[in-house]
Design a protein around this ligand. Structure first.
Ligand code: BES
Ligand code: ZN
Length: 769
């Protein structure tokens, strides 16, 4: 039997306690060659006829529909087997092939032109596949229309695989998923889980055209696949769920992920040369996905979404069953728009990093002076690193509306504005850059936000920029603290989300500082969020608005974890009820927060109850939430118990990061993680081979919490002796982020203390008030 790459996952025990197995492949990026001899390159497309030989009674799936089945004699076991042959595939890349054999149930819909099925192992309630199934039917029909191109395969199967290293994989006609990203239970899961499932389904379906029908020429064009599928999943989500306001979330999600990673020296251009297989896996990151989708959003806004999509239709028509380079996409967009897209976009995809746009106001005239420079989180850009000049859409918002035509293509320029009373650049944050204002202007913008002059995206993006600029030394941290404070009356979810993210970033960098300062920062968070949290409450109606549900959950968690007594008490009451057996005592929207608050204020009993929930709950989302929150437990003993989980048989390879991620919230956890990584290095490598990508995540979780030069040196020295193949990018990025925090602290600890004292969170002598 061929040992297939990817997961040969144990899935369940049957009635007699016998372990059952499912065989499932994961070829992308470079593992088809391990399954069968082939020219395993995306550009070397071929037609494949697959036959799977398996025990009778097992379901066999591949990209195409079944053409015939027959009984054959097994050469290995001597018994009778079933040989299932599938129709020949269209011309396709090897990385998109898939084979699955196992005991599987399914639900099916015929509401799309070709049948769609959702499959899962028998231990799961297959009815939970309905949400994804129906969404897939609607989405495929929508994509056929948007792309003006029929889905070319005779069926679409979507399979929940019990142990799966990524989130999902777009194999043509046979998409594989983590169970938690495919099955959805309205009764036991909350709004954010629903959004995630919708995102994943729509993302993988977008690949059926973008990636599968038209494929990048080579892996250095990976962004074409992933950046576009990311953009398209949001575009589609916005069509089906406009009330989710997904593009607002984009500004605090993908945009910030992109700007965050790309502010490190160890980032890479969107189009990045890759030479070896282990380098390919590492570029499935925030640059390919998030920055890729950001530059597409930027150009789609500039051309107009409809023109952009017309370009996409031409691109698909021209290159169907073929391969492309980035230039081909720009050519199609130029063709559709009549605009020189390649000239504008080349710099954005071929160079690492992005600019910070500094705005000053000229005396005596209604003009502003705008300059661009490379932005680095470490704040130490050298002249030779600051040579790239980006074509920047300045998106000038004034009282007259947004002027989309103002662009900066050189280093600096002056621009006229109608009045200095009010202006803001990068309207809606459609551009992939940060803007630095003078402290006085920033204060005025804070006021403009209150006066309703800024969009939600503007407010959230402006806070994000100010936070990032403070952490890298372009501004003082005290000025972002003042700005955050001025937003206490803010009404929108995503703005609050970004606000709290920025407070968290400060608290994480300050995690090794003295307790009084840390308590003062916590008190600031609590003061800011408590009133709003109480006002919104933490009960959820039958038809709770999707965004409001997440808003309530965010405020509840933030207030509770920063010590709001009323919320801590409410969480503890719910938890008690839950631990006594009432599974409905905690609403799914706040389940993670209630667990975390119970653990933060509790001990062994709470830990045992949550661990028990992890071990016994049926639903994958419920189990994940429990496992994830265990890292929130305090004290040496419980930290030790949490650290025993990743390598135990209780936790699958796909989930090792879940229990440990939460340990980064305090210094004991961060130190324990680093010890843990060193002690268990070999075992971790064995359970999570570097080639699967998970090791990168583990290395980052176990090192990136550090904040000082000494800690950085310790990590770097330890890895000097090791092979870093397969995770060298992640390690370098982790070290860079420690470096950035170390300089931040060096610059601003005094500034922050002074602000905390001035604002009544810390007495001048250092005592907490
Ligand atoms: N093509 C990827 C899956 C993949 C990731 C293969 C890494 C090989 C290495 C797939 O389309 C994907 O992007 N999946 C995402 C989910 C998506 C919604 C962002 C994932 O796995 O997280
Ligand atoms: Zn993808």
């Amino acid at each position: 039997m061929i040992k297939w790459p990817g997961s040969i996952g144990r899935h369940t025990k049957d009635k007699d306690g016998k372990t059952k197995y499912i065989a499932s492949t994961q070829m992308e990026p470079t593992d088809a060659r391990r399954a069968f001899p082939c020219f395993d390159e995306p550009a070397l497309k071929a037609e494949y006829t697959i036959t799977l030989v398996a025990d009778k009674g097992l379901t066999c799936l591949s990209n195409m529909d079944v053409v015939s089945e027959k009984e054959v004699e097994s050469k290995m076991s001597g018994g009778k087997k079933n040989a299932v042959t599938f129709n020949k595939t269209p011309l396709m890349s090897s990385y998109l092939l898939a084979f699955i054999v196992g005991e599987l149930n399914y639900v099916e819909t015929k509401s799309f032109r070709v049948p769609i099925r959702v499959y899962a192992t028998p231990d799961k309630d297959i009815e939970l596949g309905r949400f994804s199934l129906d969404l897939a039917a609607k989405t495929l029909a929508f994509y056929e229309k948007e792309f003006d191109s029929d889905f070319p395969l005779p069926k679409m199967d979507m399979v929940g695989v019990p142990d799966f290293s990524a989130g999902a994989m777009e194999n043509w006609g046979l998409i594989t998923y983590r169970v938690v990203d495919l099955l959805f239970d309205e009764k036991t899961s909350g709004a954010s889980t629903k959004e995630r499932v919708a995102e994943v389904v729509q993302h993988e379906l977008a690949h059926q055209w973008f990636g599968n029908l038209v494929t990048m020429d080579f892996w250095d064009g990976l962004w074409l696949n992933e950046g576009f599928a990311t953009w398209m999943s949001w575009y589609s989500c916005n069509k089906f769920y406009p009330e989710w306001k997904i593009w607002q979330s984009f500004v605090i999600g993908d945009l910030q992920n992109a700007l965050s990673l790309d502010s490190l020296r160890s980032s890479h251009p969107i189009e990045v040369p890759v030479k070896r297989a282990d380098e390919v896996n590492q570029i499935f990151d925030a640059i390919s996905y998030s920055k890729g989708s950001c530059v597409l959003r930027m150009i789609s806004r500039y051309l107009g979404e409809q023109t952009f999509l017309e370009g996409i239709r031409r691109y698909i028509k021209k290159h169907a069953y073929g391969n492309t380079k980035t230039e081909d996409l720009w050519a199609a967009l130029s063709d559709a728009s009549g605009k020189p897209v390649e000239n504008i976009m080349d710099v954005w995809t071929k160079y690492v990093g992005y600019p910070v746009v500094t705005v000053t106001e000229n005396e005596g005239s209604n003009t502003i002076h705008v300059t661009q420079n490379r932005f680095l989180r470490t704040g130490d850009v050298k002249p030779e690193e600051d040579k790239t000049l980006y074509p920047i859409f300045l998106g000038l918002r004034t009282k007259d509306g947004v002027n989309e035509d103002v662009t900066l293509s050189g280093r600096e320029a002056d621009f006229e504005i109608p009045s200095k009373d009010f202006f803001k650049l990068n309207a809606d944050h459609s551009g992939t850059y940060r803007t630095s204002y003078t402290p006085a202007r920033l204060e005025k913008l804070g006021k403009a936000a209150k006066d309703g002059l800024l969009s939600v995206e503007d407010r959230a993006g402006m806070i994000a920029d100010a936070g990032a600029l403070a952490s890298s030394g372009y501004q003082k941290t005290s000025s972002i603290l003042s700005l955050l404070k001025s937003f206490s009356g803010e009404s929108e979810f995503v703005v609050w989300d970004e606000l709290l993210t920025r407070i968290s970033a400060i608290r994480s960098a300050w995690v090794f500082e003295d307790q009084k300062t840390k308590d003062a920062l916590k008190a600031f968070q609590r003061t800011l969020v408590s009133r709003k949290a109480h006002q919104k409450g933490w009960t959820f109606g039958e038809n709770e608005n999707h965004v409001q549900a997440q808003f309530k959950a965010l405020l509840f968690g933030s207030a509770g974890l920063s010590g709001d007594e009323k919320i801590v008490k409410a969480a503890q009451d719910m938890f008690k009820d839950f631990a006594a057996g009432n599974k409905k005592a905690i609403h799914p929207n706040i389940r993670g927060s209630v667990y975390a608050i119970a653990l933060q204020n509790g001990g062994d009993a709470e830990y045992d109850a949550i661990l028990n929930e992890y071990k016994t709950a049926k639903d994958a989302d419920e189990r994940n939430t429990a496992l994830r929150s265990l890292g929130r437990a305090k004290g040496e003993k419980l930290i030790k118990r949490t650290l025993a989980l990743p390598l135990s048989d209780d936790v699958k390879g796909q989930d090792v990061y879940l229990p440990i991620a939460g340990l980064r919230s305090d210094k004991e956890g961060i130190e324990a993680l680093w010890q843990y990584l060193q002690t268990n290095w070999d075992a971790l490598n064995k359970k999570c081979p570097a080639s699967l990508g998970m090791l990168s995540t583990i290395v980052q979780i176990c090192t990136a919490g550090f904040v000082s030069e000494e800690q950085l040196k310790e990590v770097r020295d330890w890895f000097k002796e090791k092979s870093t193949k397969g995770f060298d990018r992640a390690l370098e990025q982790s070290l860079d982020s420690i470096r950035a925090k170390a300089s931040w602290l060096k610059r601003d600890t005094g500034d922050v203390e002074a602000w905390l004292a001035e604002n009544g969170y810390l007495s001048k002598s250092g005592d907490k008030l």
